[in-house]
Write a protein that binds this ligand. Structure first.
Ligand code: UDP
Ligand code: MG
Length: 329
């Protein structure tokens, strides 16, 4: 327990400090976009001078001169900080690295490097945060993605919202603001296969939305191929839902009940109505029954795996939003 006067001094000091907002930018081969992005971000943050701004660029193992550029930018702008991953780990991990490095900012803003997340929206995000929202998510108004990707996305959100324990906002993007309380919680997640958006939506907290029109990517290439997206969809599905596992079990139970019914029907008709079945017919139905038993057993195993799964991902059990009558730590 800290001495009360110490607590007071600390409060006074932090009271004098401007709150810090860290902008985290994952960048994979984005050398053409970084400078224009920084300029645009600066234009916005100039009008928000009651905050300390920090720009954290995470170079996710780029093969172009992204890192050299980050280095250059940090020399002209002291607010720029750079972090270089040893290889390409993927956006989700890059965001995590940024989150860890952003340390104790009062708010974090995740934004893509490719200018598809218009920096002027940052002002709206901050305005909502000032209203007391812990999480401010942006939604795209228009997307110029391919038909396949659009349909895939629709299907993905539909399935995930229907069959898992989170509600994911469709058209929600990774462009979002997370306040101090939520940052603290976000840092405690230990799961290896991450899906940032899902985790943030799972966390709860006071949350709101801001919409923006998404422009086309002008420079560089989208790093996401259909295969990566599919992989991501499968990952997020399996980390948030046990449905694929359960389906097997239900299928097995269905087969078992059906074949028992058929077997019953055959026995009855043979005894009372002198219907004749060949031994082969009995064998086939019996065999199907056994097959159903095996499937059902798989489903049962799936339930156990499900328990192991929830244990090993070590999500926080609950998240406290407010306390009354407790000392702040
Ligand atoms: N990105 C990353 N690592 C990767 C792929 C992408 O850090 O392996 C970054 C990329 O530089 C960009 C953001 O993640 O800032 C979104 O990437 P992209 O524009 O390729 O995705 P899309 O907009 O097509 O979803
Ligand atoms: Mg993009």
């Amino acid at each position: 327990m800290a001495n009360p006067s110490e607590v007071k001094v600390h409060r006074l000091e932090t009271g004098l400090k401007k709150p810090t907002i860290a902008v985290v930018v994952p960048a994979y081969n984005e050398s053409e976009n970084l400078k224009p992005l920084l300029d645009l971000v600066n234009q916005t943050t100039e009008n928000l001078s009651n905050y300390y701004w920090e720009y954290i660029f995470v170079d996710d193992g780029s093969t172009d001169n992204t890192w050299e550029l980050i280095d250059e930018l940090s020399q002209t702008d002291p607010r720029v900080k750079g972090l270089r991953l040893s290889r390409n780990f993927g956006k989700e991990i890059a965001l995590t690295a940024g989150l860890e490095l952003a340390g104790d900012a009062d708010a974090l803003i995740f934004i893509d490097a490719d200018l598809q997340h218009p920096p002027h929206v940052i002002a709206d995000l901050v305005a909502q945060w000032e209203q007391g929202y812990q999480i401010v998510v942006t939604k795209r108004e228009t997307i110029q993605y391919s038909m396949a990707r659009k349909i895939g996305a629709r299907l993905f959100y539909f399935m995930l919202n229907r069959f898992s324990d989170i509600k994911l906002q469709s058209r929600g993007t990774d462009f979002r603001l997370v306040g101090r309380e939520a940052i603290k919680v976000l840092k405690t997640f230990e799961e290896r296969t991450r899906f940032f958006r899902g985790i943030i939506d799972w966390m709860g907290f006071k949350k709101t939305f801001v919409t923006f029109a998404a422009p086309d990517r002008t420079k560089g290439e989208s790093a996401f191929k259909l295969s990566t997206l599919t992989q991501m969809a499968i990952n997020s599905f399996t980390t948030f839902s046990l449905l694929p596992l359960r389906v097997t079990g239900w299928l097995g139970l269905t087969v078992v009940s059906l074949s028992i019914a058929v077997l019953f029907f055959m026995v009855i008709t043979q005894f009372f109505f002198a219907q004749v079945y060949t031994p082969l017919a009995y064998f086939i139905v019996f065999n199907t029954l056994l097959f159903g038993v095996v499937l059902a057993a798989l489903g049962l195993i799936a339930l156990y795996i499900g328990h192991i799964h929830t244990e090993v991902i070590r999500r926080p059990l609950y998240i406290v939003q407010d306390r009354i009558g407790f000392e702040d730590e």
